[in-house]
Design a protein around this ligand. Sequence first.
Ligand code: M6R
Length: 617
Amino acid sequence: MCGIVGYVGKQKAAPLIIEGLKRLEYRGYDSAGVAVLQDGRFAVAKKTGRVANLEGETAKHRLHGTHGIGHTRWATHGGVTDANAHPHVSSDGKIALIHNGVIENYAHIKKFLLGKGYTFSSETDTEVLCNLIAYHYAKEPAAANGDSRFVESVRKTLRHAEGTYGIVIMALDLPGELVTARKGSPLILGLGDGETLVASDVSAIVSRTQNVVYLKDGEIAHLTPTTCAITTLSSGTVQTVVDKVTWSIADSELGAHAHFMEKEIFEQPTALENAMRGRFAEDGSTARFGGLNITPGEFRTVDRFMFCACGTALHACMVTEHLIERFARIPVECDYASEFRYRNAPLFRNSLFFVMSQSGETIDTLAALREAKRKGYKVLAINNVVGSTIAREADGGIYQHVGPEVGVASTKAFTSQLLIGAMLALYIGRMRDLSFSEGTEIVNALKGTPDLVRQALAQAPHIKAIAKRFAKVTDMLFLGRMSLFPIALEGALKLKEISYIHAEGYPAAEMKHGPIALISEECPSVFFAPNNELFNKVVSSMQEIKARKGPIIAIITEDAELPAGLADEVIRIPRCHEAVLPIVASIPVQLLSYYIAVERGCDVDKPRNLAKSVTVE
Ligand code: M6R
């Protein structure tokens, strides 16, 4: 949550920072602000609402300095007000700071600082950091260990800070210098030509440079236009490793689409092709992965898999559970990462852990990974963002390779997680009881996924019309069985996130144990009814809803036939292999949620109260 950008170089900082903040707006959009060091003072502009509001505000401040910081906020401590917007400036006016994270012991630090005469002008936890840095900076002599006084005052401050932070700081008397540090919140440094940037995400950097450094937890970087010196909280030196970003700015631009969510829904055939490229064995009977860092022999000793994730990624884990148990006959357990990290679950000796996370920065998923590693387990990660914290802390893993996902509602990242989950199930299954011919059948099915998704996407105009019809409802149920139960959960999550309609996902047969009480003419049910062994059972569940006058939207495979008049609306998807079905079935519910949200006039890419990656507890 919160997006941060810092710039030091030769160009005017404010326009570059604002361009970066626009790309980071998905991380929070309660307020935005920028501070530029110019004419011997901090010129600060802040405004509640979107970065566009801030842009108007900055025009009044004539921001011409070449050294600045900016922030887009997802509020934690303190309401959505101009005063609580970042950057914050210390009460002695010497230090300006932006922060992504939560300082848990801020009350204690604040008390100390009030005693020292510092004052506070916001309700945020962040303001204690800039006042504490100012306090140490004022006291700090030239540092004994050769570090600058600036870095040392930040280091001293952070030794007292409990919680999470990604921070960027400017000192009034040090034009051309930034200090940045992280613990639990992502920070990436961009090393350009005579300029250095720092941001929460590469999308705010790639228009200036593709040379990046992923800062690690516990590291502090001292930046000038031409240098980048990294040390640790305990004063150790760190070798700077420069990586190259492989995607370009065009990947995170809207193009002809109205919303990123729409763009990403329609990108899915290509995204899936990218996610599976080069990942099938030459004999065509199994998958292969480059970065698992685990031998087939080690895999064979596993007698239980444990998957942890949050939100949409957890739904992808639940489908993967189904497929691993089907293809490999090994028990799988899925858990909310936020629960696993605290519940001290008894674990099997030969368990192998997976975490799934698009961003690779979700704090609960990261904590679950750390908890499993602390207990001595290997943890592998399925993750989209290259170089993310989760990717770096995992023992190995699989990248999704679908490019940046900007829409807060996950779509292409989800279907690629489903695809990778299916490939993993195949890979593990082929080490156990799946035969060569069963393996080739699954491989061929998986290779056909992008085309099947294209066919499902062709239903968009029909789904748009259905969305128009149901856009005013206040409740909706999503019902599916087996591997489509998690897709029902996902359909409900998508709808509530972006259209604010109350929605629930259930196993279709479970509906009569309670949720059926919600059924009325005003509460439609979306049923997944593929033509498989449970088709007639699902049809019976539909009859129970129909008997109570509940409208039905049925998503059926093209070879299925429903009793006449049972469904109010029918969406047909291509018939497909069970490994692929959850992917293809996801498309209509993504489109339905999207079109309903648009019809209701909702801000699809920036739903209220949400942020793309949840880096606070
Ligand atoms: O980046 P992650 O995959 O770890 O994110 C997990 C959830 O926060 C995320 O999937 C969330 O549920 C999405 N907004 C769903 O659309």
